[in-house]
Design a protein around this ligand. Structure first.
Ligand SMILES: [Zn+2]
Length: 308
């Protein structure tokens, strides 16, 4: 395995023994420099002039981020117990089914009992009690994966911080001689069977979710089961998504990451600790200044008012 830096393990793209496409980067060198300069101007006013834009640029490498493009469809039957509400008539708790209640009343001539109609049951002597019974239900459910894009990276590697991708980017075939010119981030798997397994897992999960949604519309759900799963047209291929990645050192801090999406121009940079603390200092300074500007006139005003 060769390394762009410890942060981004890569392999030559021609070692990916898969049907592979890639998208050509859209950014020129000038675009990249401008993007970094804008980031510095906006995010890090106290940026050290030792760390120039061209130094940061020179540490950037074009790598392909391996993305699975997964397709397939599935169907299944589901069964579950669905709760249905019903009402049972019960003897009224207030009047014990008599429909009348006796009430004692204090008046100047002593206590007297009045017989009244029961307000709980309206005199019927019955009340309705809501109950739920679980009835078995069955149904049919579908799921479809139509080119779902999923990262193909090992779980122990920090994935790129940039998460928004241009999913409509034009793809081109990357054959072996062309692939030899590119590096790819080390993928979790280069077997298309692993990709198809991934499609299958997502489809199974989606079937369960969809069945749950259908069942839940009918009422409370118990014991949902998915049976007779049919999975067809599974496919998985790799798309090399172009990223510019690298690491740079800032004063004593090493291995700060920089990433630029080579299609959208989105940028991520690890902010050095010293820049972060200096930004915090600037912020505190501004707050203190604001307090002085606001508080001093108030104190002066009240002092004057007090003496007159
Ligand atoms: Zn009653």
């Amino acid at each position: 395995m060769e390394l762009v830096s410890n942060l981004y393990p890569v392999i030559p793209a021609d070692r990916l023994d898969l049907e592979l496409t890639y998208s050509k980067p859209k950014l020129s060198k000038t675009d990249v420099e401008t993007i970094i300069q804008i980031w510095i101007d906006k995010k890090a006013q106290d940026w050290s002039s030792d760390i120039s834009v061209s130094y940061m640029c020179s540490n950037l490498h074009l790598v392909l981020l391996p993305l699975w493009i997964l397709s397939g469809d599935a169907s299944a039957s589901w069964s579950a117990s669905i709760g249905q509400d019903y009402y049972e008539l019960k003897s009224c708790y207030k009047c014990s089914g008599k429909g009348l209640v006796k009430q004692s009343e204090n008046n100047p001539f002593g206590n007297s009992d009045i017989i009244e109609r029961c307000h709980v049951c309206g005199g019927s002597g019955k009340e309705q009690v809501k109950k739920t019974r679980f009835v078995s239900q069955t149904g049919y459910v579908n799921a479809e994966l139509n080119g779902r894009v999923v990262e193909n990276l090992p779980s122990d590697v920090t994935p790129p911080r940039l998460k928004k991708r241009d999913l409509n980017a034009v793809e081109e075939k990357l054959d072996k001689p062309l692939a030899a010119q590119f590096y790819s981030l080390q993928p979790a798997s280069v077997l298309s069977s692993d990709g198809r397994k991934k499609s299958e897992d997502i489809l199974r999960e989606t079937l369960t979710q969809n069945a749950n949604d259908i069942a839940r519309d009918m009422g409370p759900v118990r014991n949902l089961q998915i049976v007779n799963i049919q999975i067809q047209n599974l496919s998985a291929r790799l798309w090399g998504y172009p990223l510019l990645v690298g690491s740079f050192t800032y004063k004593d801090e090493e291995q700060l990451a920089i990433e630029i999406d080579a299609l959208t121009g989105e940028i991520y940079v690890d902010v050095p600790k010293s820049v972060k603390s200096s930004r915090l200092r600037t912020l505190l300074y501004k707050i203190v200044l604001l307090l002085i500007v606001v508080l001093v006139p108030i104190i002066v005003f009240y002092t004057i008012v007090k003496y007159y």
